[in-house]
Design a binder for this molecule. Structure first.
Ligand code: AMP
Ligand code: ZN
Ligand code: FE
Ligand code: FE
Length: 284
């Protein structure tokens, strides 16, 4: 079984429509794909309606959270959430709040850039984005305007969290997020937990705390993890009885990675989803 549990459509910062994404997943030989757009479930229905025969769809999301880093300071953390009930009121409200934070942040970042003379239009960027806007939408505008020659180049300086245009947003405290997803019948996996290129990473003792609160798994095989990162996380998952996942974090044209470039073991997948009660895995 070929299982990829982390992908983005144009409901957030990927470039494929949800329908195109599930077809591309089948073409890539996947048996199971999870749609995990940032802070939105807006792509679920289209992906489900377009689901090709032979492919199973795990409806999910990647939630923007804040945790405690190795240095003790807060760090941005991404929490993959699967098979939760999208109508759970408190959770739906929190997702909406996060998307509002995204809009304000991107508006301010893009406005600061435009004020400095960069040829981008903040209103146009927001109008072009789907329900969940992010820095890749600014990157795409910079690329189109010829300011940078690739999406990656936009992130090395202009869009870096260490750069002059960085604007913070208020993400969900990760303990609360883990409990909220569980309350909605879903399961959670810490996304790319050792990917240092994005900034600080969660302290290991904080990961232990989250396991105590119901965290279901650790994303071990991710394109941004080196082999030593994977080894650390695999040992930790084993120690804490957490499921181990692997996934591409596919973003269409916004990243160079392909669907199925990293995969999850079938037994780990079954272990992970066994406790989910929110919505079913869909199969046509
Ligand atoms: P945001 O959600 O607005 O903070 O933007 C973060 C998103 O930008 C993540 O989903 C990443 O996939 C994407 N991203 C971060 N760094 C890069 C990079 N170097 N190249 C392409 N995409 C990136
Ligand atoms: Zn993304
Ligand atoms: Fe992420
Ligand atoms: Fe992602």
């Amino acid at each position: 079984m070929r299982i990829d549990l982390h992908t983005h459509s144009n409901a957030s910062d990927g470039t494929d429509t949800p329908a195109a994404l599930v077809h591309a997943a089948r073409d890539a030989g996947l048996d199971v794909v999870a749609l995990t757009d940032h802070d939105t479930t807006a792509g679920w229905t289209e992906a489900a309606d377009a689901l090709p025969a032979g492919l199973s769809l795990v409806r999910g999301m990647e939630m923007s959270c804040e945790g405690r880093g190795e240095s003790g300071w807060p760090v941005a953390v991404h929490l993959l959430s699967y098979l939760f009930d999208p109508t759970h009121p408190e959770f739906a409200k929190e997702r909406e709040r996060l998307r509002g934070e995204r809009v304000e942040r991107i508006r301010v970042m893009a406005s600061l850039m435009a004020r400095d003379g960069l040829p981008i239009d903040p209103d146009q960027i927001l109008a072009d984005a789907g329900p969940s806007v992010g820095r890749p939408h600014i990157a795409a505008a910079l690329l189109k305007a010829g300011v940078v020659s690739s999406i990656g180049e936009a992130f090395t300086d202009l869009l870096s969290t260490r750069g002059r245009y960085d604007v913070p947003k208020y993400d969900t405290p990760i303990e609360y997020a883990v409990e909220l997803v569980a309350a909605a019948g879903g399961v959670t996996v810490l996304a790319h937990g050792r990917a240092r290129s994005r900034g600080g990473v969660l302290a290991v003792d904080h990961i232990r705390d989250l396991a105590g609160l119901g965290l279901g798994g650790l994303e071990v095989d991710h394109p941004d993890h080196r082999s030593e990162d994977r080894a650390v996380l695999r040992r930790l998952a084993d120690d804490l009885g957490l499921a181990v996942t692997g996934s591409s974090d596919y973003h269409g044209e916004n990243k160079t990675i392909g669907l199925g470039d990293e995969l999850t073991d079938e037994a780990e997948f079954e272990k992970l989803i066994s406790v989910a009660t929110g919505v079913e895995v869909l199969t046509r």
